[in-house]
Design a protein around this ligand. Structure first.
Ligand SMILES: Nc1ncnc2c1ncn2[C@@H]1O[C@H](COP(=O)(O)OP(=O)(O)O)[C@@H](O)[C@H]1O
Ligand SMILES: [Mg+2]
Length: 406
């Protein structure tokens, strides 16, 4: 073999090795990307992105900066290794430093000997006493909009970052940007839902107050007035007396109904005395006013649960009971609320007509229904899980499981 061909063989071997390394990195990258898009918790997602970047590029540290649109700054959202958490939350003008340049120009950058680089923003690196010798930084862009910068520092092997590393990090940043946008959208939707639920809560309170101050007061006064007429000394005919008695009974029934509505809207006893007394009072009303054959079992609720949890559990129970009232045509209802250690379980079970859950869920959007969805969302708000079991002719069981803070 001539010297020339031997050289090119060595070169070939080197090229081959590089290609192998590249394929390995891309495979990891693909895995990472797949995992990222399913992560909707923004903070966790950011950590995962950065950790993957540091791992794939065999770097010793890294940071992920997000653009703050309001102040036009780059914020260190998460860091990995190196100077560590001291950096998190620190901000710098969006056009300063290497990250700023990368962000503003929407272009990746590899920098060796960082300190002598004219773009180096020493205000941060120096104050942390971490020496960066080699760095690769890439912009995170989605839909033409820059959202931040991903940078990794100092290869573990001591080698310098090269174009190859830069390409891989850039590809990762593209996937990361999409995942971040997804998680942000998801978070916005959640916040919107929380706002709607809070708004509904306010409306309920207001309605309850209006009912209390208006119709309930008037009805009480009406009943008193009728009773007063009934006790007057003047003689009245039997038919008038019977008419008055009927009026009094009707007014009394209406007052009960109104008080029931007030309770449904805002069970004060839930706030003042807790879930167990509220459930007893609720069940009492259901028996009296709705003539519901309901069996209540409460266990382990001597101590009160967190207020928000009590409120949400109660509203889920109300929703489930309302469905029984409206749809089940049942003989019996069983309501159980049992706490065992750090687990709380609520079950609302009826022996009514039942329904085809799959069918109902399929046509849900079209019918503009909210009950089942509301229950599920409320359960999620307290980190719980709601399951519904039903079949035509087999009754319905709604189960809520909530982990409790120990
Ligand atoms: N306990 C139940 N028994 C029978 N059918 C039920 C029960 N709970 C729910 N359903 C069925 O599920 C549907 C969806 O319930 P929901 O989302 O609360 O909407 P809505 O009560 O406004 O109809 C109901 O229309 C009803 O057909
Ligand atoms: Mg309903």
């Amino acid at each position: 073999m001539s010297d020339e061909t031997k050289m090119s063989f060595e070169e070939l071997k080197r090229e081959y090795q590089l290609a192998q390394e590249r394929i390995a990195a891309l495979t990891v990258l693909q895995d990472v990307a797949r995992n990222l898009t399913s992560e909707l918790d923004l903070n966790k997602l950011l950590r995962e992105i950065l950790h993957s970047a540091v791992r794939v590029l065999k770097a010793s540290a890294g940071s992920l900066l997000l653009w703050d649109e309001v102040t036009n700054e780059l914020v260190f959202a998460v860091t990995d290794g190196g100077a560590g958490e001291a950096l998190e939350g620190r901000r710098m003008p969006a056009d300063r430093g290497i990250a700023g340049w990368v962000f503003t120009n929407r272009r990746p950058d590899i920098v060796h000997d960082v300190r002598s680089n004219e773009r180096f923003y020493s205000a941060i690196d120096e104050s942390l006493g971490y020496h960066t010798s080699s760095l690769v930084a890439v912009p995170m862009i989605t839909k033409g909009q820059g959202i931040g910068v991903l940078e990794v520092l100092n290869k573990k092997s001591g080698e310098r970052f090269d174009e190859n590393d830069c390409d891989i990090l850039y590809a990762l940043a593209g996937q990361a940007a999409i995942a971040i946008m997804n998680a942000r959208l998801y978070q916005e939707i959640r916040e919107e839902k929380d706002r709607i639920i809070a708004l509904e809560e306010d409306v309920r309170k207001e309605l309850a107050r209006d009912f209390h101050d208006g119709p309930a007061q008037t009805l009480s006064a009406m009943i008193m007035a009728i009773e007063l007429v009934e006790t007057l000394p003047e003689p009245i005919s039997e038919s008038v007396a019977a008419g008055l008695a009927e009026l009094r009974a009707m007014a009394t029934k209406t007052l009960h109904q109104v008080r029931n509505m007030i309770f449904e809207l805002r069970p004060v006893i839930l706030k003042t005395q807790g879930l167990e007394p509220a459930l007893h009072s609720y069940v009492e009303r259901l028996r009296e006013v709705e003539e519901m054959n309901i069996h209540l079992k409460v266990e382990g609720l001597e101590e009160r649960l967190p207020a928000k949890l009590e409120e949400i559990c109660f509203s889920i129970i109300q929703e489930a009971i309302n469905n029984v009232k409206r749809h089940a045509n049942e003989e019996n209802v069983w309501l159980t609320a049992v706490r065992r250690g750090d687990e709380f379980e609520v079950v609302v079970k009826d022996d009514g007509e039942g329904f085809d859950l799959t069918e109902v869920e399929r046509s849900y959007d079209r019918q503009g229904k909210l009950g089942l969805l509301n229950m599920r969302e409320r359960a999620e708000m307290i980190g719980g899980r709601l399951s519904i079991e039903s079949a035509p002719g087999k009754g319905t069981t709604v189960t809520l499981n909530v982990p409790l803070p120990s």
